[in-house]
Design a protein around this ligand. Structure first.
Ligand SMILES: *[C@@H]1O[C@H](CO)[C@@H](O)[C@H](O)[C@H]1NC(C)=O
Ligand SMILES: *[C@@H]1O[C@H](CO)[C@@H](O)[C@H](O)[C@H]1NC(C)=O
Length: 857
């Protein structure tokens, strides 16, 4: 404290106080009254007051106490900032007298501020490749306090990488720098967090903190690495484009673009490029081209993984191609002859076949087959070579051609097949003879046909082909009734039509049996025979012929009818034949005319003429009947015969059948009749002049057979008569012998004469027409003449007692005539030329002499 007296008479005092900042309102700054030495009255009287140039009245004068107190909060930092020391001044003014006292108040600092960083958090980035000792300054912390209370120090939280280095600014403020002392590794610690604490020197000490976050920036210090050094995958061939194969994977420890990997194939093999693609991001490998096992069985592709920093990692992928049965077998026909002869032996090779399949293993193993119903088999020669051989004998007639389908199948799954068809023709061999559908053919032709008419058509089949099946027909040489077959029928060799060469006569030939040969045109030709029976059918071309009674010109033979004849008496029998057959020869007999119709009748079927009433005395002696014999043909033919009947009183006992020589009784034998009956029978031929022989027949009328025998013993005793007869018989034999020799000489002469004549005819070049008399010959003996009787005259010359019924020749004998239906009868038709022949068989007729009286002619 100092007191100054100013020249103006002013008393000037000076007082200095020191107070800390931030004192409470009313807090005592200083006792001015005391310090100035003023009493409180003066203060009051002088109306002491404070005058200050400040806007803010930080202080207040308490006059009653004479003290100055804090009126407003005093903030040093506000009042002075960093100026130090910090003070303000005020004047206390008194009146009466005026006194002026200056009071300086020094404000002392109080540590009321902590240091603080303007930004609580600091972030920055630092490349991991930052070199050691690189410095990174940190923003200053601020502490408005001064002196010790101001910022004193920075402290760095513990860490591996940084240390703090503190510097002072020229103004004395302190700042810090982070200094790198160890390389950063982003891959290890991608960020570093630090705390820097700023502390002041106050008491208590205050601090402020800043967080520093350092992001470590990546450097491309890592190359991509594949997770496998070799990838293996497989893919079936022909996999479509886009088929996934495998995924490769690589990693790059770098981050961001340096860790971003792009996959690719090394451009080492151009071809694989077309086949596979790799997704550059995902590493998926897929198919992009045609995978053909047959071209490449395995692919080895180098892989690259490249990051954006240009670092490369490599690997490889081996893709095995799996064979797929995608190639069908191929058949090649190495040799094939498309025609084979039907007689080819078993095992004949027809074709040689080669098969191929480009697939591998099972997919390329081929089996070759054919339809096993076919008569072929397939044999393996070498591998993949096959022989198609005949396994059966061929028959062109059943199968003329074969379609042989050869199928090649591989063993893949599913198997693939390939087939080819061979068209094989079987060529013909003449191995089939012509065939007829029957063993025997029957053909019919009506007699009196016109020559050249076709009778029948023969047809044979030959199952061979073409010329081998071309059939010609021939007639086998045979003879029919002495005729060459060619003279009767002919055959058209191409058409097989049988023609009649001439007109047939049923009465001569009823059946033609011939053999037709059918021959094919093969070499050598084959042939077969068939028998053809041509039946000639009858026509009603012959009228009935009356055999009995014989109708000779003048001579009339009459049948005897005794007046005593009973009703139904058999007068005679008209015997007729018809050379036709069947209906055409079925004869019926009718009475056409009669002297007395009421007396006779004719059996419709048998031609027997019988009386139908008792003959009376009134009936005329001569009766004449006309009998019509009619056949049953269409139209029917007929013949008539006149029968003379004589009605006689004569009691004649016997009659001789005119034709058959049968000696029959014609009435009942009565007791009145003599025991010994002698009949003389004349046998007469029909010649001109006719010649005859006589025979005497002794008949004994007896009651019993032994009696007859004794009667005949009587006959033999008649020796004189027998001698006589023997003489006549010898004479007759001599005469006959003479006649026979004479005839023989005449015949020979005539033959020689004719032969000479024919020689002359030949020389004169005139056509010779040999003449063969038509003959009626029933060669088959089928009996178209049902009413023919055959005669056998047994003339024994020296057969004693050969049979009791035959008398010895030369003695009186009994002539036994047996009717026979099975013998033969030779008869000459009334043909003049034949009648000229003296050696013709004799027609024998019997002239009837009963009881010595000749009846009729
Ligand atoms: C064989 O095939 C041909 C045509 O392919 C056909 O005309 C013929 O009828 C066939 N033959 C047989 C026996 O199947
Ligand atoms: C056909 O018949 C003739 C004689 O008639 C004979 O020589 C020939 O062998 C026969 N042929 C056949 C195939 O039967």
């Amino acid at each position: 404290r100092a007191l100054f007296v100013s020249p103006f008479g002013l008393v000037v005092g000076q007082i200095r106080y020191s107070i800390p900042e931030e004192m409470k309102k009313g807090s005592l700054i200083g006792n001015v009254a005391q310090d100035l030495g003023l009493d409180l009255k003066r203060l009051r009287a002088g109306r002491a007051r404070i005058v200050s140039g400040e806007n803010i009245q930080y202080t207040e004068l308490k006059t009653d106490k004479g003290i100055i107190v804090v009126n407003e909060r005093i903030d040093r930092e506000q009042l002075c900032g960093e100026t130090t020391p910090c003070s303000f001044s005020l004047e206390v003014i008194l009146e009466n007298p005026i006194e002026l006292h200056r009071v300086t108040v020094e404000i002392l600092d109080v540590n009321d501020h902590a240091p603080f960083f303007p930004n609580k958090d600091i972030r920055f980035e630092m490349s991991e490749s930052t070199t050691i000792a690189a410095q990174f300054p940190i923003e200053n912390a601020v502490d408005p306090d001064v002196g010790l209370n101001a910022l004193q120090n920075y402290i760095l939280s513990p860490n591996n990488y940084f240390v703090l280095k503190q510097h002072a600014n020229p103004d004395g403020s302190k700042y810090a720098e982070l200094v790198l002392q160890k390389p950063l590794d982003r891959e290890e610690h991608p960020s570093v967090s630090l705390k820097v604490i700023a502390v002041d020197g106050g008491t208590p000490q205050r601090s402020g903190t800043v967080n520093i976050d350092i992001t470590v920036l990546d450097a491309n210090d890592n190359a991509p690495v594949f997770n496998q050094s070799v990838y293996r995958a497989s893919i079936v061939e022909n996999a479509p484009k886009g088929t996934y194969i495998t995924t490769v994977n690589a990693s790059d420890a770098d981050s961001g673009s340096y860790g971003e990997i792009i996959f690719s194939f090394s451009k080492l093999r151009g071809s694989t490029f077309d086949i596979f693609t790799i997704d550059e991001k995902t590493g998926d490998i897929s198919v992009s081209g045609l995978i053909d096992f047959e071209k490449d069985k395995k692919y080895e592709v180098r892989l690259e993984a490249r990051d954006r920093g240009g670092l490369i990692g490599t690997s490889k992928v081996i893709v095995e191609v799996v064979d797929v049965n995608d190639n069908p077998p191929v058949i090649n026909i190495m040799s094939f002859s498309n025609t084979i002869s039907e007689n080819a032996p078993l095992g004949t090779t027809i074709a040689v076949i080669n098969v191929k399949d480009v697939d591998s293993e099972k997919n390329g193993q081929i089996t070759c087959t054919i339809d096993n119903k076919l008569p072929f088999k397939i044999q393996s020669l070498l591998s993949n070579y096959y022989n198609l051989v005949a396994d059966q004998l061929f028959d062109r007639e059943t199968t003329p051609e074969y379609n042989i389908t050869i199928t090649a199948t591989d063993s893949g799954s599913p198997p693939l097949t390939c087939s080819t068809t061979l068209h094989l023709k079987i060529s013909d061999v003449n191995d089939n003879a012509p065939l007829f559908d029957k063993n025997t053919y029957f053909a019919y032709v009506t007699e009196n046909n016109s020559p050249g008419v076709s009778i029948f058509t023969i047809s044979a089949q030959d199952s061979d082909w073409n010329q081998n099946a071309k059939i010609s027909y021939f007639l086998e040489d045979t003879q029919i009734s002495g005729n060459q077959i060619n003279a009767l029928v002919s055959i058209n060799s191409e058409t097989g039509v049988l023609h009649a060469v001439r007109s047939f006569d049923y009465e001569q030939i009823k059946l033609l049996e011939l053999v037709v040969k059918a021959q094919d045109g093969g070499s050598p030709p084959l042939s077969s025979n068939v028998s053809v029976k041509i039946l000639i059918q009858d026509q009603n071309d012959n009228a009935p012929q009356v055999l009995y009674p014989v109708q000779t010109g003048g001579s009339l033979v009459a049948e005897m009818v005794p007046r005593s004849a009973e009703v139904g008496y058999l007068v005679t029998k008209v015997v007729a034949v018809d050379v036709d057959s069947g209906q055409n020869a079925w004869l019926s007999y009718k009475l056409q005319k009669a002297t007395d119709r009421a007396l006779f009748e004719v059996g419709l079927q048998n031609g027997e003429i019988r009386t139908i009433r008792q003959v009376t005395d009134k009936d005329a002696v001569k009766q004449r009947l006309t009998v019509v014999v009619e056949d049953n043909g269409q139209p029917s033919r007929s013949a008539t015969v006149n029968v003379n009947v004589a009605v006689a009183d004569n009691r004649a006992l016997f009659e001789v059948g005119l034709q058959n020589g049968e000696i029959r009784t014609i009435r009942q034998v009565t007791d009145k009749d003599a025991v010994k009956q002698r009949l003389t029978i004349v046998v007469e031929d029909n010649g001109h002049p006719s010649r005859s022989a006589t025979v005497i027949v002794n008949v004994a009328v007896a009651d019993s057979f032994p009696e007859v025998l004794s009667e005949f013993t009587d006959f033999t005793q008649d020796k004189e008569y027998n001698d006589n007869l023997t003489f006549y018989l010898v004479l007759a034999l001599a005469v006959v012998s003479f006649l026979f020799i004479t005839c023989l000489v005449v015949i020979i002469s005539v033959k020689i004469y004719r032969w000479r004549q024919s020689r002359i005819l030949y020389q004169s070049n005139l056509p010779v027409i040999p003449y063969y008399p038509p003959r009626y010959s029933d060669t088959l003996g089928t009996g178209t003449l049902p009413h023919v009787y055959n005669y056998e005259v047994c003339r024994t010359t020296d057969s004693r007692k050969s049979d009791s019924k035959f008398g010895r020749a030369g003695s009186q004998s009994v002539l036994i005539m047996e009717p026979s239906s099975t013998g033969t009868m030779h008869r000459i038709q009334s043909d003049k030329s034949i009648l000229d022949e003296p050696d013709s068989p004799l027609e024998v007729s019997f002239r009837k002499k009963v009881g010595g009286a000749e009846v009729g002619t």
